[in-house]
Design a binder for this molecule. Structure first.
Ligand SMILES: *[C@@H]1O[C@H](CO)[C@@H](O)[C@H](O)[C@H]1NC(C)=O
Ligand SMILES: *[C@@H]1O[C@H](CO)[C@@H](O)[C@H](O)[C@H]1NC(C)=O
Ligand SMILES: *[C@@H]1O[C@H](CO)[C@@H](O)[C@H](O)[C@H]1NC(C)=O
Ligand SMILES: *[C@@H]1O[C@H](CO)[C@@H](O)[C@H](O)[C@H]1NC(C)=O
Ligand SMILES: *[C@@H]1O[C@H](CO)[C@@H](O)[C@H](O)[C@H]1NC(C)=O
Ligand SMILES: *[C@@H]1O[C@H](CO)[C@@H](O)[C@H](O)[C@H]1NC(C)=O
Length: 495
């Protein structure tokens, strides 16, 4: 939930401070404009039905997938990434684990794009313009697309693959899809690696709605941040924003862009949200080596941020400065930003160019309704915007999609759990669920004890689907062991 960066969507939908905004689930790295790998692939398209479940319409559209057969030997397995809510390139670039495995297994490597994202838009540039079109943006349709691609690979495209085994991989929402495709189509997919997949983040799953920020705060606290110092800093912002002088000071301190200056005391809310997003994102991407996202980050970024937050300062100015340091670390690590644009409603978003920013929000307004909010101390060191309610969330959805015909009756908070399962998957087999203790999304992960071929692994020093990344010299011993365990599970499934 990819991407996913919570922060992105928050930035885009900033004006709604008190709602559970959609947090993007997918791999934040996809927002990087930089090519971060040397992996190569062929780009292909397969025509798939617009509607897999109605027999009376025959409309199709081209779904994009990437394929690499450098290591493939006839009959070898298909390593298949179930694409999530974004353009496919970033998943291919940031799922090094699959690329590392392919030569060991004589496997082909395939990444399939999720419909309505990237270049897989059923109605081209009009795909987001009508509610009737968006009705085809669902996880079930996406899984059925993937099944068609797999069938095509085995029966048409790949030589000697008609009996090839298929292993699904996915991280975040992509991990939910990889688990679900194994559950729904066990005759098509032989096993699945579901990394940091919040499969139980739904109302019927009854996870605490404030677990996300609880985990963010825990990750910061255990990385050296002083809890009270963080709490105090928000109060300082609130109180500074009460006077004109204080607003002036904050505008200068945070080097705010002219478009996003604080003018009223209320405006402090978007600044706080902007900082919160940075902190939430850092917990998600707290990897042991430098990585590159919206902007690049150092190794263990949370620890780096906490260097500024070791104690409660004795002046308000110092408290505000602590927050500035965190903002500067997250949004300006390379030092190339002259100003910060904190007001998401006013600023040309850095992510506009990435396309499809409304896809995941639409999914959260229909079938992927995921309760999420903060409740303040002692749960988290943010402020209270709980409870999450379907009514409040519906307001957000109407604001965002009302103009193209969205009605709140289109939100079905029970659908995902009725369709896939709320707290357990009684028929599951051959799935490895991994979660990272540092990652806020771990709060809605699959955590039943390992039983049979359904394996549950918690990475104590793991952030958002760390295990899916390629090998790195600075990897933790823990992630190396986890990847080995995943590899041996896969070897059993494909034997
Ligand atoms: C890609 O390959 C080039 C040349 O071999 C190398 O210099 C570069 O570091 C590689 N990039 C990555 C991200 O591995
Ligand atoms: C699809 O449906 C249309 C209208 O019913 C029909 O004219 C066309 O031949 C069909 N195409 C295919 C490939 O079946
Ligand atoms: C991969 O192919 C080689 C040569 O065909 C074979 O020796 C090896 O056992 C294969 N490896 C696996 C994991 O099947
Ligand atoms: C899509 O592109 C076509 C042709 O370029 C253009 O006429 C149309 O207005 C575009 N639609 C939207 C919603 O942007
Ligand atoms: C925060 O860290 C302190 C000191 O390491 C510890 O005593 C406290 O229990 C932690 N609080 C939470 C909520 O993790
Ligand atoms: C970004 O970092 C550079 C270099 O440290 C600094 O000069 C600049 O003021 C920073 N930008 C902002 C908006 O703080």
């Amino acid at each position: 939930m990819s991407a996913s960066f919570p922060l992105l969507l928050l930035l885009l939908f900033g004006p709604i401070f008190c709602l559970g905004h959609p947090r993007l689930l997918g791999d934040p790295a996809r927002f990087s404009q930089l090519k971060s790998s040397n992996y190569t692939w062929q780009t292909k398209f397969l025509d798939v039905p617009l509607d897999h479940f109605a027999f009376t319409t025959n409309r199709t559209f081209p779904l994009r997938y990437f394929i690499n057969t450098d290591s493939y030997k006839a009959g070898g397995p298909i390593l298949f990434y179930t694409g999530n809510e974004g353009s496919l390139e970033s998943f291919a670039e940031n799922t090094g684990f699959m690329w590392d495995l392919a030569p060991k297994l004589n496997a082909s490597v395939v990444f399939a794009e999720h419909r309505f994202y990237g270049e897989s838009k059923p109605f081209k540039n009009e795909s987001y313009s009508k509610i009737e079109y968006l009705g085809y943006l669902t996880s079930e349709q996406a899984l059925a697309d993937f099944v068609d691609v797999i069938w095509h690979l085995k029966n048409k495209e790949l030589q000697g693959a008609s009996k090839s085994k298929v292993v699904a991989f996915g991280g975040s929402y992509g991990g939910m899809l990889s688990a679900w495709i194994r559950l729904k189509y066990p005759h098509i997919v032989n096993g699945a690696i579901a990394a940091s997949a919040p499969v139980f983040w739904f109302i019927e799953s009854k996870i605490p709605e404030d677990i996300y920020d609880k985990i963010v705060s825990r990750t910061f606290n255990t990385s050296g941040c002083n809890w009270k110092a963080v709490e105090k800093s928000w109060m300082v912002l609130d109180s500074l924003a009460k006077q004109a002088q204080g607003l002036d000071y904050l505008n200068k301190l945070f080097k705010l862009d002219s478009k996003s200056l604080l003018k009223t005391s209320e405006d402090v809310n978007f600044l706080k949200q902007y900082i919160r997003e940075a902190m939430e994102a850092m917990a998600m991407v707290d990897y042991p080596y430098p990585t590159s996202f919206l902007s690049p980050l150092p190794a263990w970024p949370v620890r780096a941020a906490c260097k500024f937050f070791t104690k409660v300062p004795n002046t308000d100015v110092k408290s505000a400065e602590q927050l500035y340091q965190v903002v500067n670390l997250y949004y300006n690590f390379t030092g190339d930003k002259a100003t910060f644009c904190a007001d998401a409603s006013k600023c040309e978003s850095a992510f506009a160019a990435l396309g499809d920013p409304l896809g995941w929000p639409f999914q959260t307004c229909t079938e992927m309704v995921m309760p999420l909010c903060g409740s303040g101390s002692p749960n988290d060191f943010f402020w209270r915007d709980c409870p999450f309610t379907v009514e409040k969330y519906g307001d957000y959805c109407e604001q965002t999609f009302g103009k193209i015909g969205y009605k709140r009756s289109m939100m079905r908070p029970l659908f995902a759990t009725q369709n896939y399962g709320a707290n357990s998957f009684p028929t599951a087999s051959n799935i490895v669920f991994t979660n990272g203790y540092l990652d806020p999304w771990s709060g809605g992960g699959y955590t039943e004890k390992t039983h049979g071929s359904v394996v549950t692994i918690l990475l104590k020093r793991g952030a958002h689907h760390y295990d899916l990344r390629g090998e790195h010299p600075d990897d933790t011993e823990e992630v190396r062991r986890v990847r080995q365990r995943e590899e041996s599970a896969i070897r059993m499934w494909i034997a």
